[in-house]
Design a protein around this ligand. Structure first.
Ligand code: NAD
Ligand code: LMR
Length: 329
């Protein structure tokens, strides 16, 4: 057995945490040959609940679970961390936008950014889920002095998965047939699922689904508003599907599961100026990954006028969010 990967999960006793940690322990994030040490962070009042989660992890008798740390101290939670899943933050309730969480949740990520810089392993990689995820990742990166900013990402994979399911249903094909589907921009109602560059069964998606009115209308708004629709239906924000998307995000990035040849996945990563997105903004892009910690933004894609205009709006929103938290950067 190799050395365990040290995986920190913040908010581990929350909804997403509960749907996530068992899957990490069972090998779904890092593969069937890689042991994991779970470093679980919670706020003090949730430590009893966290203890219960840990008891259930023990009761799972997972052969790959090499150890656990339970703590309310970020320095301890991030000690030697290779991969940090920053989930712990308030979810929005009915009638709220994710950006409404900015002031409350943003503060969590200043301290956690510093604690990561001071304590984590040299190969640290960070995936932010807590909303508003892109800007929280920006805050964490800005406070993690000495850690290269490209190690910080935010999750837009749930949006990609949602879009793929909608498209597969419309085309009457298996979801595996839908490839090259990028979600550009912010994890917010302005996000842009790029149907122009996506493929179904290897064909351009727009040759298979010719109803452009549906793509630009119902499809787009269904994906953009899916988080709200889940909250309205469940009375709580998405959890199992969010945990599932995080498994996909990390597995492709550094869990030994590279992006298949010719395909790409969506990650919100610091912009290098590609596609006119201002450098440094944490923005959803199409990326290829090697499964060992490296990713590259896919270059040279042509965006339709429709997608280009939508990209402009989502980038403008990211800039507004960045400006609203300038005191935390
Ligand atoms: P939840 O309220 O069920 O759980 C959050 C947990 O975080 C709680 O147990 C809480 O005690 C803990 N927590 C709060 N502050 C903390 C801190 N400073 N350090 C450590 N732990 C802390 O919420 P949830 O449903 O699990 O959602 C978590 C976050 O993920 C929310 O912000 C939600 O909006 C977001 N989310 C993002 C996506 C995405 O696609 N990016 C999808 C779903 C949910
Ligand atoms: C989601 O997309 O399901 C999450 O970001 C939760 C939310 O507030 O919509």
């Amino acid at each position: 057995m190799s050395t365990p990967v040290r995986v920190a999960v913040t908010g581990a006793a929350g909804q997403i945490g509960y749907a996530l940690v068992f899957r990490i322990a069972s090998g779904q994030m890092f593969g069937p040959d890689t042991p994991v040490h779970l470093q679980l962070l919670e706020i003090t009042p949730a430590l009893d609940a966290l203890q219960g989660v840990a008891m259930e992890l023990e009761d799972g008798a997972f052969p790959l679970l090499a150890g656990m740390t339970l703590t309310d101290d970020a320095a301890e939670a991030f000690d030697g961390t290779n991969v940090a899943c920053l989930v712990g933050a308030k979810p929005r309730g009915p009638g709220m936008e994710r950006a409404d969480l900015l002031k409350d949740n943003g503060a969590i990520f200043t301290g956690q950014g510093r604690a990561l810089a001071d304590n984590a392993a040299d190969d640290l990689k960070v995936a932010v889920v807590g909303n508003p995820a892109n800007t929280n990742a920006l805050i964490a990166a800005a406070n993690a002095e000495g850690v290269p900013t490209e190690r910080f990402s935010a999750m837009v994979r749930l949006d990609e998965n949602r879009a793929k399911s909608q498209l597969a249903n419309k085309a009457g094909v298996s979801v595996a047939e839908v490839t090259n589907l990028a979600v550009w921009g912010n994890h917010s109602p302005t996000m842009v699922p790029d149907f122009d560059n996506a493929r179904i069964g290897g064909q351009p998606l727009t040759d298979v689904i010719e109803d452009r009115g549906w793509l630009e209308g119902e499809f787009l708004s269904t994906v953009q508003q899916r988080g709200k629709a889940i909250i309205d239906a469940r009375g709580a924000s998405s959890a199992a599907s969010a945990a599932n998307a995080l498994i996909d995000h990390v597995a492709n990035w550094c869990g030994g599961k590279p992006t298949p040849e010719g395909d790409w996945v969506s990650m919100a990563v610091p912009s290098d100026g590609s596609y006119g997105v201002p450098e440094g903004l944490i923005c959803g892009f199409p990326v290829t990954t090697d499964g060992a910690g490296a990713y590259r933004i896919v270059e040279g894609l042509e965006l339709s006028g429709f997608t280009q205009a939508k990209l402009g709006s989502t980038v403008a929103e990211l800039e507004e969010e960045r400006d609203a938290v300038s005191d935390m950067l």
